[in-house]
Every structure is written in C-alpha cells, then in structure tokens.
Design a protein around this ligand. Structure first.
Ligand SMILES: Cc1cc2nc3c(=O)[nH]c(=O)nc-3n(C[C@H](O)[C@H](O)[C@H](O)COP(=O)(O)O)c2cc1C
Length: 271
C-alpha cells in the first residue's frame, strides 16, 4: 500500500510528536534555568535591600559590588509570634537558612503561618508567616546603624513587596523600596519613583507612645505642620495605592509585625 503523507493518522502522529518535543524542550529549559532564576531573584532582593539602606544608587553603584556591599549586613531571623530575634542555634534547629528564607512561600503554609482576622489584616495579606528576617547594619563600634525590614500589603490591583529601612533610633525612616507591584504605571506604579521614595527619608514612624503615626496623606505635606514629621505626600491620582502603602506600613511596624521587636531593641540599645 502506498505511503500517504497526508493521512489523518500521519497528521496526528506528527502533531503529537511536535507537541511532545516542545514540551520536553520547555521542561528541560525550565528545570535547568531554575538555579539561575533563584539566583537572579536573590540578587534583585539584595539590591533592593541596599537601595532601601542607601548603599546602592542606580547608575552609580556597580552591580558587581552588590554581593560585597550586601555582606555588610547581619541577617537575623525574627519570630513574629514571640516578638524577638532568634539565636543562631534556634535558627539552625528550625532548619532556616536566613540568606534564602522565603517568607512569601512560608506565609502560604499553614504550619508556618497564621491566618489573620479581618480586624488584624489591615494590609490585606490574609496570612502572616511566623518567621521573618531583619537585615542589620552596624557601625564601626558595633552599634546598630540601620535595620532593613521586609514589608508587603495590598494596594489597588496588586500586593506590593518592598523593604523599609530605619535608622539606628528604630524610628526614623532611612529609605523605602518596592521591588514588586502591579499597580498602574504612572498612577499607583509611582511607588517606585525615586522622587516619591525620597520623601520618606527622615520621617518618623512612631509617636511618643510608640504608636504607628506615619501617614500617606492626600495631597502635599505642609512642612510647617507639627504633623509633617509623620506625613508623606500621597501619590496624585492614586489615593487607593497610597492608602495601601500606609496600611502596610502600619501593619508591619505595628503590633502584628515588627513593632514590639523594635520597641524591645530600642529599650535595649537605650536610644
Ligand atoms: C485605568 C485606571 C487605572 C487606575 N490605577 C490606579 C492605581 O494604580 N492606583 C490608584 O490608587 N488608583 C488608580 N486609579 C484611580 C482609582 O480608580 C481612584 O479613582 C483613585 O485612586 C482616586 O484617587 P484620587 O482621589 O487621587 O484621584 C486608576 C483608575 C483608572 C481608570
């Protein structure tokens, strides 16, 4: 019988073979590139920690310096339930590698996170991982100079992920970054605008009673206002994203986040 190239059976066999080949190529690429993807993710995270801490300037600092600069930080694991920094031995016992710990993954696992009540969940994150990390930068005398803390919460369209850096007084903002968000470019997406982020420097998170007092207000801050130290200009045309940023700062600097730990560290360092 003559071989019919255009028979239905032949077409199906060729189509399935092409699909199988493509699936194999995509799977092999996905598996073999995973280590590179993870390394890129860590590199980007470290860069953002440096940006929040004022150690990296886009276009000025060489990316080849990122690893060296990042080594200046001591990474500590924070137990958000017990509101304290864990010792190295405790971290080892838990099997956590502080350099690669993925808080986002942990917050999806019931054993490693808690569901928040609607009253607690002011940042709209649903669940909070029990453990987080703090990046400590010490001065030449070993005194705490800066602390960088991971923050996240919902804006208008997306969860915003970033870092907030406080000065050694554990109250004054050194810098803020958002490295992942899907707000509208030109509106909520302006959270990544360096000019807006610069407005945060020098603002105080807490009032005299250690209550979170920082607000992202609608419009511009009146520098003569006694509240100006606790206020940041809202993003114009993006009041909802601005409110989301305020809420996430309130959550992570408040009682459910790092607030009690920062109060304890402040007492211990006598600031
Ligand atoms: C297409 C589109 C995209 C928008 N994106 C955002 C956004 O990313 N963040 C935000 O707060 N508001 C966004 N808004 C505006 C909000 O719907 C809302 O009007 C605004 O937050 C109110 O802020 P305003 O009082 O500063 O105008 C968007 C509106 C439209 C039509």
């Amino acid at each position: 019988m003559a071989y019919n190239k255009e028979s239905m059976k032949n077409i199906v066999v060729v189509a399935l073979s092409v699909c199988l080949l493509c699936a194999i190529v995509v799977s092999v690429a996905a598996v073999s590139l995973k280590p590179q993807r993870v390394a890129n993710k860590h590199f980007d995270r470290n860069k953002n920690i440096l940006i929040a801490a004022g150690l990296y300037e886009e276009g000025k600092t060489a990316s080849s310096d990122i690893d060296k600069l990042f080594k200046r930080f001591t990474i500590r694991v924070v137990d958000l339930e017990q509101k304290r920094l864990l010792s190295d031995a405790e971290v080892q016992e838990l099997g956590i590698d502080p350099a690669t710990y993925d808080q986002r993954q942990a917050s999806k696992k019931p054993g490693l996170s808690t569901e928040l009540s609607s009253q607690e969940d002011i940042a709209s994150i649903s669940r909070r991982a029990r453990y987080s990390v703090a990046y400590l930068l010490k001065d030449d005398d070993g005194k705490l100079d800066r602390i960088v803390l991971p923050i996240h919460g919902y804006g208008l369209w997306s969860t915003l992920y970033g870092f907030l850096c406080l000065k050694g007084d554990l109250n004054t903002v050194y810098g803020i970054t958002f490295y992942e968000q899907q707000e509208t470019a030109g509106l909520g997406g302006e959270v990544e605008n360096p000019a807006w982020k610069a407005l945060w420097e020098g603002k105080h998170v807490y009032d005299d009673n250690h209550e979170v007092a920082l607000r992202v207000i609608k419009g511009n801050v009146d520098p003569k206002s006694p509240d100006a130290i606790h206020q940041v200009d809202g993003l114009s045309g993006a009041t909802l994203t601005s409110r989301g940023v305020q809420n996430l700062v309130h959550y992570w600097m408040g009682d459910g986040g790092f607030g009690p730990l920062l109060a304890k560290l402040e007492r211990n360092t006598g600031n």
